[in-house]
Design a protein around this ligand. Structure first.
Ligand SMILES: [Mg+2]
Length: 258
């Protein structure tokens, strides 16, 4: 790190999901509630919850490309995908003889799925431990930007519920994080030290390093394990790369200026 570059500005680009918030937590809570409801409505006669969960994951994955009949568009990562996944799982269990499909119960299950997007619940869940303090410290010395990948409607709910505008001067929702999307920051802040901070090596770190930025990797593999190929990094990229265990270790990286 070249210390002389500090005075020309420090730009920190943060990821949201599984970097600043534990994304899967509310999905797990909703699934637990759905499971309890199944036990109740099927009067204890049902497959092992683990296999229902596994099957739901397959349904959810398939829905990304499936056309949502309500909109005529593929579900993608839209809001309806999870509630409709739970309803499809319930319907499949009924089709397999575990019960009789009931629209009222389907509506109840859809509501359980919508819990994931409940602003009050997202606010209650809050940020990952240490994140508030870290952001409060860093925003005094750095220009903070949030770049989050995902469905606009879904990410906007999280951003609002977590009141992220408190810390971030810029907030962007993107459909993909690529070298090209990070190049813009390299061009906008040519003399600054620009870091991308996130839990995904390929999206948050490798793309940023390829665009000439620095990267701070805080791994969290809730979605799926990634293969990380450090040998793909050039010696210069390795010098611009830091790996941390927790977000609260971040201020120490910039202790010279904070
Ligand atoms: Mg992430």
């Amino acid at each position: 790190m070249v210390m002389g570059r500090w005075d020309k500005g420090l730009i920190l680009i943060f990821d949201l999901d599984d970097t600043l918030m534990w994304t899967e937590y509310l999905y797990s809570l909703a699934f637990l509630e759905y499971s309890k409801l199944l036990i109740e409505i099927f009067q204890r006669r049902l497959p092992y919850i683990g296999s229902i969960a596994k099957r739901s994951e397959e349904i959810s994955h398939d829905k990304i490309k499936e056309i949502n009949l309500a909109t005529g568009q593929p579900y993608g990562f839209s809001m309806n995908r999870y509630p409709d996944t739970l309803v499809a799982s319930y319907k499949e269990l009924c089709d397999n003889g575990f019960g009789t499909y009931d629209e009222k119960i389907a509506a109840q299950i859809r509501n359980i799925g919508m819990m994931v997007f409940d602003g009050v619940k997202i606010e209650e869940a809050g940020l990952v431990p240490g994140a508030e303090n870290t952001l409060s410290l860093l925003r005094r010395k750095a220009y903070l930007i949030l770049v989050t990948k995902g469905d606009k409607e879904v990410q906007e709910i999280k951003i609002k519920a977590l009141n992220l505008e408190r810390w971030f001067s810029e907030i962007r929702i993107v459909s993909n994080k690529t070298k090209e999307s990070f190049l813009e920051f390299r061009e906008r802040f040519p003399d600054s030290l620009v870091y991308s901070i996130g839990n995904s090596f390929s999206s948050d770190i490798k793309s940023a390093l390829d665009a000439g930025l620095a990267g701070i990797f805080i791994p969290c593999y809730t979605w799926k394990a990634e293969s990380i190929d450090y040998s793909s990094l050039t010696p210069e990229q390795l010098r611009n790369f830091i790996r941390l265990k927790k977000i609260e270790e971040l201020p120490a990286v910039f202790s010279d200026i904070i």
